[in-house]
Design a protein around this ligand. Structure first.
Ligand SMILES: *[C@@H]1O[C@H](CO)[C@@H](O)[C@H](O)[C@H]1NC(C)=O
Ligand SMILES: *[C@@H]1O[C@H](CO)[C@@H](O)[C@H](O)[C@H]1NC(C)=O
Length: 205
């Protein structure tokens, strides 16, 4: 007789102990879910206020000097005027590291880095990149192709930019990200006085 009664009392005790615990747990879950929803809303509102827009890049001008191919080796000096546009009204951009390279087909022939800079909101900055190809070995077929382009008075090169950037919103600097830019088939003329055909670049964050 005593045992079952004892068990029932124990069970009651356990239930009483369990009830406040489960309601506390429920409170914690509500608080966490509420916090997540609020945080999500805050991020959404911040996003709507800032309205991030993609950065825009174009090549405005290009020239080539000291071009020489001998025994499938290339010497050449390139200059590119590279226009970076930040269309954002509320974000400025820190360019912490900028690398520029140029390639014939897939083969990179010259590389350089540009000094870091800070780009204000809604700002256009034109950067001049000078690249030197020095005694770069080309494959037989590429060398032939480049010589043929030279004979036509214009070479087409791919220009790539790789930049480590950070956006700044108000006083907050966001995390670093890498921007990869490809300006395909930039026409570089050997004729002086030739108007340059601006090249739009493709962006790949
Ligand atoms: C490239 O220039 C270097 C000197 O700067 C020279 O030694 C080399 O022979 C040149 N190569 C070509 C293909 O003109
Ligand atoms: C863009 O920003 C740079 C650096 O702050 C400044 O020198 C330049 O004048 C600005 N350009 C325009 C178009 O506002």
């Amino acid at each position: 007789m005593r045992r079952p009664a004892n068990t029932t009392a124990q069970q009651q005790q356990q239930q009483q102990a369990a009830r406040p615990k489960s309601s506390l747990l429920r409170l914690v879950i509500f608080a966490v879910v509420g916090l997540i929803v609020l945080l999500g809303l805050a991020v959404l509102i911040a996003w709507l206020i800032v309205k991030p827009k993609r950065l825009v890049y174009t090549i405005e001008d290009a020239s080539i000097r000291n071009f020489n191919i001998q025994n499938d080796h290339l010497n050449s000096s390139f200059r590119f005027d590279f226009r970076a546009y930040n269309p954002n009204k509320r974000m400025s951009v820190y360019y912490d590291a900028v690398e520029v390279s140029t390639a014939f087909d897939g083969q990179t022939v010259a590389f350089n880095t540009l000094p870091p800079f800070h780009q204000p909101k809604r700002n256009v900055t034109v950067l001049e990149a000078r690249l030197e190809a020095r005694d770069v070995a080309l494959s037989k077929s590429l060398s032939k192709d480049v010589r043929a382009q030279r004979a036509d008075g214009e070479v087409k090169v791919n220009v790539r930019i790789r930049a480590r950037i950070r956006f700044k919103v108000g006083v907050i600097k966001l995390r670093h990200q890498t921007v990869k830019v490809l300006c395909p088939a930039v026409p570089v003329s050997f004729r002086s006085g030739q108007t340059f055909q601006k090249t739009e670049c493709d962006l790949d964050y």
